[in-house]
Design a protein around this ligand. Structure first.
Ligand SMILES: Cc1cc2nc3c(=O)[nH]c(=O)nc-3n(C[C@H](O)[C@H](O)[C@H](O)COP(=O)(O)OP(=O)(O)OC[C@H]3O[C@@H](n4cnc5c(N)ncnc54)[C@H](O)[C@@H]3O)c2cc1C
Length: 438
């Protein structure tokens, strides 16, 4: 007996798309997300290349569809801990982390959040803004249920006092719960994170106030971002002269990341364009080794940025130092011109951090991974969803850095592969539905 036809690990755009593809064919799906909301990295982006659509406007309807689909169950704040083969099926161990808020009774009114006196760095804003110790992670989060972080809580009890539900939704007695579910197939959609700002000490030893990560800048550009406008985190001033450094951590053997992170050229060009709209008088320079505008209309996107007056300089940035006024001095080597070292000063620097796997997959299952920790694709060209374990498929950045267009295509492919696998192991289509209906 199985509980679900498919369990999908990761509620980013790859997981959401795979879930919808399977559920629309009548399969019962469990989508498991370790964060307090589904949406993954995409929901936190500002606008997306090459169309410059608002990321949230594309992601939110899909998040909502998956949440309301009759064939899909979603567990958020739940981590997949172990996946074991069980005949042709899979035994999946999950850990439901305590929210200290009852998911069934919380009405998402945010009264607890408004009355909580504790401010801490906001992970969703990539540490730029502040959140409360108890909060709904972001405005369009799904589910609209608060989560309390016990490490931040001072136990003042204010959230409990103002909670309007009967019985109270705040529940300090919750414990982690481990459960096991059986599934006919598994899709790994575990996604990515980016390298930390101080990964390369020559660019930021962790103390430079006005050197930010690509994702921090993404949040600054987002209409729903931490400040609502672009500013230097160091002093709140509007930047006048911004540098983007491509391949900041990628294609660097010394950092153990010799590969290209694939989307950085395009998202940095996008960010430069959005910045020129947000701060029209700013000088904007992109330091690059090559521009890899690999997709449909991407080259034109790059040319449009040049036409907008964004300055593209083919140069390698060797080092950054901080000036007394927290401006940044870049030591560069121009590749096309003199080849001689040069220095330039900018008042804000945005790094194109490398994309790395979000988790150590080997801790969950004995799946083959590549030397950088991404899930190995058995046939990268002609069967990209196939992994080393029959019945387990991969979708999205879990296998390698890629853009949303490719993520969506792969998610459909993974769902189709999972569907074929489930069907070949179930005796009839009636049983297919019955078993999953449990
Ligand atoms: C700064 C920046 C800007 C970008 N801009 C663009 C753009 O404009 N256009 C574009 O096409 N692409 C862009 N991209 C790339 C885009 O973000 C990705 O292609 C896309 O979001 C990847 O989706 P995903 O679902 O594969 O991964 P993710 O969004 O990372 O989702 C994976 C999910 O899995 C969850 N998870 C991981 N492990 C577990 C576990 N054990 N149990 C449960 N859940 C788990 C994670 O919490 C996460 O929510 C950008 C990337 C960056 C870094």
């Amino acid at each position: 007996m199985i509980d679900y036809h498919a369990i999908i690990v990761g509620g980013g755009i790859a997981g959401i798309e795979s879930a919808l593809n399977l559920a629309n064919q009548g399969y019962r799906v469990l989508l498991v997300e370790k964060e307090a909301s589904i949406g993954g990295n995409m929901i936190a982006l500002s606008k997306v290349f090459p169309t410059l659509d608002c990321a949230s406007c594309i992601t939110t309807p899909k998040m909502s569809e998956v949440a309301h689909h009759e064939n899909i169950d979603i567990f958020t704040y739940t981590e997949v801990k172990k996946i074991e083969k069980d005949g042709s099926n899979f035994k999946v161990t999950i850990l439901k982390k305590p929210r200290y808020v009852n998911e069934k009774t919380c009405i998402g009114c945010r009264k607890c959040e408004e009355n909580c006196p504790v401010y801490v760095k906001h992970e969703y804003e990539r540490d730029l803004g502040a959140r409360k110790a108890i909060c709904i992670p972001f405005t369009t989060a799904i589910p609209q249920v608060a989560v309390l972080n016990p490490a931040d809580c001072i136990q003042c009890g204010k959230c409990y006092d103002v909670c309007p539900t009967e019985p109270k939704s705040i529940d300090f007695n919750q414990n982690p719960i481990e459960e096991i579910y059986n599934a006919g197939s598994v899709i790994m959609a575990t996604g990515y994170t980016i390298t930390p700002v101080d990964k390369k000490k020559e660019y930021n030893n962790g103390t430079f106030k006005n050197v930010v990560t690509s994702f921090q800048f993404e949040r600054m550009l987002a209409p729903s971002g931490p400040f609502g406008f672009v500013m230097r985190p160091g002093d709140g001033k509007t930047p006048k002269n911004v540098a983007f450094i491509l391949c900041a951590h990628s294609r660097d053997k010394s950092l153990g990341i010799p590969y290209c992170s694939r989307v950085c050229c395009m998202y940095s060009i996008k960010q430069a364009m959005l910045l020129s709209g947000a701060v029209p008088l700013a000088d904007i320079t992109v330091y690059y080794m090559d521009i890899r505008a690999f997709g449909k209309n991407y080259e034109q996107f790059y040319r449009n940025a040049e036409a907008m007056g964004i300055n593209f300089v083919k140069a390698k940035v060797a080092k950054i130092t901080e000036e007394a006024n927290a401006d940044l001095k870049l030591y560069i080597e121009r590749i096309e011109e003199t080849g001689k070292p040069d220095t330039v000063v900018h008042d804000l620097v945005v790094l194109a951090n490398a994309i790395i796997p979000a988790i150590d997959h080997s801790k969950i299952l004995p799946i083959e991974i590549d030397e950088y920790g991404f899930i190995k694709q058995e046939h990268q060209k002609d069967d990209p969803a196939l992994t080393s374990i029959p019945g387990i498929y991969v979708a999205g950045v879990a296998s390698a850095p890629k853009d949303i267009v490719d993520v969506i295509a792969e998610a459909g492919n993974a769902a189709m592969k999972a569907s074929n696998y489930i069907n070949s192991n179930l005796k009839s289509s009636t049983e297919k539905i019955k078993q999953g209906d449990k």
